[in-house]
Design a binder for this molecule. Structure first.
Ligand code: NAP
Length: 287
C-alpha cells in the first residue's frame, strides 16, 4: 500500500492537536501514513506548496495565518469555501490544489450534537477574525434569525456584517467589544460564540467582566471555540449559571474528520471514529 502523506501547516504550529485526529483515523482504516506539523510563516506559502507537490502529498490542513492567503494559489475552490472566504483543507490531485472549508460544518455538527441549531436563533459572536467571519456567514446560511458581532476593532465587525447582509440579507449588527454592548447583546441571545483567544492557554488576557452572562436565557448555549483549556473561565462561569456550554474540541474533531473524507474521497463512519478520537484525547497527558 502506498504511504499517505499529509501535513498541517501554520504558524505557530507546535501546539496543534490535528495529528491526534488524523493519525487515529488513518490507523483505524489501516493506512500507512505520515502526518507532519509544518511551520510556514505568513508570506511563505508558495515555497511550501512547491515542496508539497514535490513530496507527493495527498493534501494538507491549514491553520492560522493561511486560511485566506491560500485562495489565490488554488486551482479550484469548493463553493462553500469560496462563499466563506476561508480554506482549511487542501487536497492535491494530479498536481493540482483543491480547496475546501470544513471548519464551518464542523462547528454546525458540534452544535447539533449538543442539541443546538442556528435556524431562527439570535446569535452573538465575540470577535471578528477569520473564524468569526466564516462562522457568521455559516450561521446566516443555516437560517439564523439575528446575528450580532462584537469586536475590539469595530470596523472588522462592521465588515463581517456587511458581508453577511450582502450574501444573505440577514439582520446583522456590529457593536464594540465593551461592557455595555455585551450586556445588551446578551439579552435575548440564544447562542453566544467566543471567537476571540481570551482565556486561551498561552494568551495573557481573559474576559475582565463576565456579568453579561447573567443576561442570557437559561436555555442559551455558550460556545467557546477554545479547546485549550477545555474549560475556560467563560465556560466555567456559564456552567455555574446553569447554562449549556460547549468547548472547541468537538469542532476541531469534526473539521478533521470531514477533511479526511475529502483526502480519502470516501464517506467515513463519523460516529465511531469520533468515539475513538474522544478516547485518544481523554487519555492525553497534559490536556
Ligand atoms: P484571529 O483572526 O486572529 O482573530 C482574533 C479575534 O480576537 C479578533 O477579532 C481580535 O480582535 C480578537 N481579540 C484578540 N485579542 C483580544 C483581546 N485581548 N480582547 C478582545 N478581543 C481580542 O483568530 P481566528 O483565526 O479567528 O481564531 C479565533 C479563535 O478561534 C482562536 O482562539 C482560535 O484558537 C479558535 N479556533 C478554534 C477552532 C476549533 O476548531 N475549535 C478553529 C479555528 C479557530 P481585533 O480585531 O480587535 O484584533
Amino acid at each position: 500500500m502506498t504511504k499517505l502523506r499529509l501535513d498541517v501547516v501554520g504558524d505557530p504550529i507546535s501546539h496543534s492537536k490535528s495529528p491526534y485526529i488524523h493519525e487515529t483515523v488513518l490507523k483505524e482504516l489501516g493506512f500507512e501514513y505520515e502526518y507532519r506539523k509544518v511551520q510556514v510563516k505568513k508570506g511563505e506559502l508558495s515555497k511550501y506548496l512547491f515542496e508539497a507537490k514535490a513530496l507527493g502529498l495527498c493534501g494538507f490542513n491549514l491553520t492560522m495565518p493561511h486560511k485566506t492567503d491560500i485562495i489565490p494559489f488554488l486551482d479550484s475552490i469548493d463553493d462553500e469555501a469560496l462563499r466563506l472566504g476561508s480554506v482549511n483543507t487542501v487536497k492535491i490531485k494530479d498536481g493540482k490544489f483543491f480547496g475546501y472549508n470544513t471548519d464551518a460544518l464542523g462547528m454546525v455538527y458540534s452544535m447539533e450534537q449538543k442539541g443546538f441549531g442556528a435556524k431562527d436563533k439570535n446569535i452573538v459572536i465575540l470577535g471578528a477574525g477569520g473564524v468569526a467571519l466564516a462562522l457568521a456567514l455559516k450561521m446566516a446560511f443555516e437560517g439564523a434569525g439575528k446575528i450580532t458581532v462584537l469586536n475590539r476593532t469595530l470596523s472588522s465587525a462592521e465588515n463581517i456584517c456587511e458581508k453577511v447582509i450582502k450574501e444573505n440579507g440577514k439582520n446583522c449588527t456590529a457593536l464594540p467589544f465593551e461592557k455595555e454592548s455585551l450586556q445588551n447583546a446578551a439579552k435575548g441571545c440564544d447562542i453566544l460564540i467566543n471567537c476571540t483567544p481570551l482565556g486561551m492557554e498561552g494568551i495573557d488576557a481573559d474576559f475582565e467582566d463576565l456579568s453579561f452572562l447573567d443576561n442570557l436565557n437559561q436555555e442559551s448555549l455558550v460556545f467557546d471555540l477554545i479547546y485549550n483549556p477545555l474549560e475556560t473561565n467563560l465556560l466555567k462561569h456559564a456552567k455555574e449559571l446553569g447554562l449549556s456550554t460547549l468547548n472547541g474540541l468537538d469542532m476541531l474533531i469534526y473539521q478533521g474528520l470531514l477533511a479526511d473524507e475529502i483526502f480519502l474521497d470516501t464517506k467515513l463512519d463519523l460516529v465511531s471514529l469520533k468515539e475513538k478520537i474522544d478516547y485518544v484525547f481523554k487519555n492525553l497527558k497534559n490536556f
